[in-house]
Design a protein around this ligand. Structure first.
Ligand SMILES: Cc1cc2nc3c(=O)[nH]c(=O)nc-3n(C[C@H](O)[C@H](O)[C@H](O)COP(=O)(O)OP(=O)(O)OC[C@H]3O[C@@H](n4cnc5c(N)ncnc54)[C@H](O)[C@@H]3O)c2cc1C
Length: 296
């Protein structure tokens, strides 16, 4: 019987990761750091977090637990804490974590990963004795099957280090773009920060989250970095992605190409985004958006 292991922490959606991992083995076993037991896993090994302890302080005991139980395939999520944990756990196990965009087969384990900044997809066989995979939302088809729901409490001591003294809300608020059904993306086609209000008006009418291309977040700083989409940003899979003033470079498309319908507004009829869009409007966003708001 093959086991797919997952490692989840207190702020993860552990059940979603369990459903994603179910296609990788006959059984899903979860190491749950402060996240309690998971209904969608067959077995949850729960570890209570010590007050103030950071999840990454448990990397060493988690690695020891995985080694002791003979785990050969371990899946982590893609949030910052999970990535930190994956890197440290993999290092303790003497292997490298692999950031995967899909799994082709499990025996042998063949995975897909983004290469050359998103220009290509590499297909690799993972031959390490323990495969440590970092898997984003949408990379694996979720399987809805009830887990056995068994629970085992595991005692583990955090490695001494920095502790959490206070939690403050992030300026700009939290955003869960991965869960958004509609996303409006803005790019360098906008000439000024204040003009983003045009896109905000469209997003409000559509009930959509606002996102952007990387230059809008990291270049001009008009939007927070967690709102940019792409190979080095967030990945979305909405029903509708509306790209406004975005050229459609491959690094951006990697983050949006799981959208069900892509609509693009761009004044350049040769913009690459139109090759990937289901519907396109060739036009100046400063004329198209007010008309769109009126129509909506
Ligand atoms: C290693 C690496 C990683 C990267 N990662 C990412 C990433 O994760 N996400 C990402 O987004 N980018 C990423 N990039 C950057 C990426 O290559 C592009 O530079 C970026 O996506 C372009 O952003 P843009 O489409 O907003 O701007 P541009 O490419 O400048 O496109 C602007 C578009 O707006 C149109 N336009 C201009 N004025 C108007 C108007 N008035 N009305 C309508 N349309 C108009 C233009 O025709 C043009 O097509 C990365 C680059 C590298 C090298």
């Amino acid at each position: 019987m093959t086991e797919a292991w997952i490692v989840v922490h207190d702020t993860d959606d552990g059940n979603a990761l369990a459903r994603s991992a179910r296609g990788l083995g006959d059984r899903v076993v979860a190491v749950s750091l402060g996240a309690g037991s998971l209904a969608d896993a067959d077995l949850s090994l729960t570890i209570d977090l010590a007050p103030g302890a950071l999840v990454e302080a448990y990397a060493r005991p988690v690695a020891a637990l995985l080694a002791e139980r003979g785990a050969t395939l371990v899946v982590f999520g893609t949030d910052v804490r999970s990535r930190l944990l994956a890197g440290q756990v993999a290092a303790h196990l003497g292997v490298s974590p692999v950031d995967v965009s899909g799994v082709v087969s499990t025996t042998p384990l063949v995975v897909m990963r983004s290469a050359f900044g998103g220009l290509a997809v590499a297909t690799d066989e993972v031959t390490a004795p323990v495969a440590v995979l970092v898997v984003g939302p949408g990379a694996l088809a979720p399987v809805d099957a009830a887990g056995e729901g068994s629970v085992e409490v595991v005692e583990a001591e955090p490695v001494p280090g920095p502790t959490l003294v206070e939690t403050l809300p992030k300026p700009g608020g939290q955003v869960d773009l991965a869960a958004a059904a509609r996303v409006v993306g803005v790019g360098r086609g906008f000439a000024a920060e204040a003009d983003l209000d045009l896109a905000r008006a469209v997003a409000a009418r559509l009930g959509a989250e606002l996102a952007c291309s990387r230059p809008i977040a990291e270049g001009v700083g008009w939007m927070p970095t967690e709102r940019y989409l792409g190979v080095s940003g967030a990945t979305v899979q909405p029903v509708l992605y509306l790209a406004i003033g975005i050229s459609g470079q491959v690094q951006h498309l990697v983050g949006v190409n799981h959208s069900k319908v892509i609509v693009a507004i761009n004044k350049d009829k040769n913009a690459p985004i139109f090759q990937h869009a289901d519907f396109g409007v060739v036009g100046d966003l400063y004329q198209v958006l007010p008309a769109l708001v009126d129509a909506l």
